[in-house]
Design a protein. Structure first.
Length: 300
């Protein structure tokens, strides 16, 4: 192992790998639960209950520690956090909207193309330099997206992939916004603020589209909200501790979990071209993250 590789490996802060792996498992559970209820209920309603049931654990986490809940919120970068919350809320809602149309593993892979979108948007938003290697990796990744979607022979409907790719755009914007937040905004408060904003905004959309949920569906969405909040906290903690580039290989373990859940619960299988496309998306996204770290520093 070269000295630079050794430095990259050993410089990871303690707990960062465990946090990101646990986060990805939580998100895979969220995706599986969301797919089950998204087949029966509107995406805005699923998003609302995901946020509402996530409030309790989010508040509980913020009540622990030397600072009170009021003090945490009073010192928050409200403008920056609001922008991030709205972007992340859009990503979540669009992802739930696309789930009924696409196998779970493919849906998660398409959503993770957000890393490829980041490399194209970062020069415009963060004034970062666009490198040739980064562009090449992004092009390979988007070829993978085409293999998953397969125009004219893959998906039976363009609606699902369109929602998922839009979700990736909003997810990329939320990742870039993390770089613009004040360093004093801690992970727990960031998650709580997002959950509050998400509950209010998603709640306002219920007048447009609503279906009274059954008790079983409410229970599923309550568990979904708890896992989503835990995943958000673990991911934010991991990104605060270490660079996205160094965590990238672990960040995509959720694709494997999602494919497993899809097969076990819905009997979903993926064709060889879809598997190749997912490999290109994940591989190029990892390459993009590593290239950004080597050339310009951390992504988030």
């Amino acid at each position: 192992m070269s000295s630079s590789s050794a430095t990259r490996t050993h410089s990871l802060p303690p707990g960062s790998i465990g946090s990101i792996v646990a986060s990805m498992f939580c998100f895979a559970v969220v995706d599986a639960l969301a797919k089950r209820v998204a087949l029966q209920y509107p995406a805005n309603e699923v998003t609302f209950f995901r946020m509402l049931f996530g409030l309790v654990p989010a508040v509980a986490m913020c009540c622990k520690g030397p600072l009170s809940l009021t003090q945490r919120l009073a010192n928050l970068d409200v403008k920056g956090q609001t922008v991030r919350a709205l972007m992340l809320l859009g990503a979540s809602g669009l992802f739930f909207a696309g789930l009924p149309y696409v196998p779970l593993g493919e849906a998660v892979a398409l959503a993770y193309s957000e890393t490829l979108i980041v490399v194209l948007l970062a020069p415009l938003i963060l004034r970062e330099r666009l490198t040739g290697r980064g562009v090449a990796a992004a092009v390979v990744g988007f070829l993978g997206v085409l293999l998953v979607v397969r125009p004219g022979g893959g998906q039976s409907s363009w609606l699902g992939p369109m929602f998922l790719l839009l979700s990736a755009v909003f997810g990329a914007l939320s990742i870039l916004q993390i770089k613009r937040l004040r360093s004093t905004d801690d992970s727990k408060t960031t998650v709580l603020f997002f959950t509050i904003v998400g509950t209010v905004v998603a709640g306002c959309t219920l007048v447009i589209n609503w279906k009274t949920p059954a008790v079983e569906a409410l229970a599923i969405m309550a568990i979904l909200g708890a896992f989503a909040t835990a995943g958000q906290l673990l991911m934010t903690m991991a990104f605060r501790r270490a660079d996205v580039a160094r965590l990238a290989p672990y960040n995509y373990t959720s694709v494997v979990w999602a494919a497993m859940f899809g097969y076990v619960f819905w009997g979903e299988t993926m064709q060889a071209l879809s598997l190749l496309g997912i490999a290109l998306i994940v591989g190029s996204a990892i390459a993009v993250a590593i290239n950004r770290k080597d050339a310009e520093g951390p992504l988030a």
